[in-house]
Design a binder for this molecule. Structure first.
Ligand SMILES: [Zn+2]
Length: 216
């Protein structure tokens, strides 16, 4: 059932434009299992089917399967080890995830706070919350990225998601439904952050809008 939920989520994220040109990868781990199911590499996510899920062991090696998984499968194995309660990992390559992670000059992270939609995150009960998305360097050396992730998580145990510079977003949760809510939330809030930046650069227009509001 969780596999079907994952396939539906993959199609949904593709329709939203978050997984162009066969990019992005996803996985689901059943309760009580150390092995998990990860998306096959190079498949158009709009046509993704059950047969495109590959069963891999806790180290990411395919079980009785000749097909190739994404090099980023290593990040899934690392995350499942770091978060024993995680059962689903979603990774998108969206426009806002790509642009903002590349544009932020500090390259350290993006802080999203006081947004109502943050309550869509597992365990979050109030909008008065802070979601910090660290940005990791987009190295093609995934074991080194995994090491950076482990080192960061050791000091920041409240991490719920992260960005890879000019590349995309990762988030994880205890179910496919919860992870899907989280990735939708991040995508929505990154777009909000982007649009806010545009508006900040358009102060005059914003002031005119205020004047119009006063006339009503
Ligand atoms: Zn990727």
């Amino acid at each position: 059932m969780e596999q079907t939920a994952l396939i539906n989520a993959i199609h949904f994220l593709h329709q939203k434009g978050f997984a162009p040109a066969t990019s992005s990868n996803y996985s689901v781990r059943m309760t009580g299992c150390s092995d998990f199911w990860v998306s096959e590499s190079g498949i158009d996510k709009g046509e993704f089917a059950h047969t495109n899920l590959i069963n891999v062991d806790s180290e990411g090696a395919p079980i009785n399967d000749e097909r190739t998984t994404s090099a980023e499968t290593d990040l899934h194995t690392t995350l499942y080890k770091l978060y024993p309660d995680a059962h689903c990992i979603l990774h998108t390559h969206s426009i806002f995830g790509t642009v903002l992670s590349d544009f932020i000059t500090s390259k350290r992270g993006i802080l999203l706070e006081n947004y109502e939609l943050l309550k869509a995150f597992e365990g979050v009960k109030t909008h008065k919350t802070r979601l910090y998305l660290p940005i990791f360097e987009n190295t093609q050396d995934i074991p080194s990225l995994s090491k950076n992730l482990i080192a960061y998580q050791a000091k920041n145990t409240d991490m719920r998601a992260f960005l890879i510079e000019g590349h995309g977003i990762y988030t994880w949760a205890s179910s496919v439904a919860a992870a899907k809510r989280q990735i939708e939330t991040i995508e929505f809030l990154l777009e909000c952050a982007y649009r806010k930046m545009l508006l900040t650069g358009q102060k005059e227009i914003a002031e005119r809008l205020n004047l119009l509001e006063k006339r009503v």
